[in-house]
Design a protein around this ligand. Structure first.
Ligand code: ZN
Length: 91
């Protein structure tokens, strides 16, 4: 298991040179797991990329347009997966 798996559900998010839909994530970027809809922080360091769940505080510090994009993506993944698990509270 590399550093590009979702830390929550283990889904491999590296896909054709993209990671969680981002071709070239910056030093820090935010994306969403297509497996469990977890909102993830992508951090690039000397060790490579690491993924970790976004805290509610970090989410709220994102620009408003990024928040609404993530909210829509989150709902779409949830709808697709029809997970029975209770959604994580974002706010
Ligand atoms: Zn996941």
């Amino acid at each position: 298991m590399g550093g590009t798996n979702c830390p929550t559900c283990g889904t491999q998010l590296m896909d054709g040179g993209k990671i969680a839909g981002r071709r070239d994530p910056g030093a820090q970027d935010v994306s969403i797991c297509r497996g469990c809809a977890e909102i993830l922080v992508l951090t690039r360091s000397a060790q490579g990329l690491t993924l970790r769940p976004t805290s509610a505080t970090e989410y709220l510090e994102l620009p408003e347009d990024a928040q609404s994009l993530l909210r829509v993506a989150h709902l779409l993944v949830r709808r697709q997966q029809r997970l029975v698990r209770a959604p994580r509270q974002l706010h």
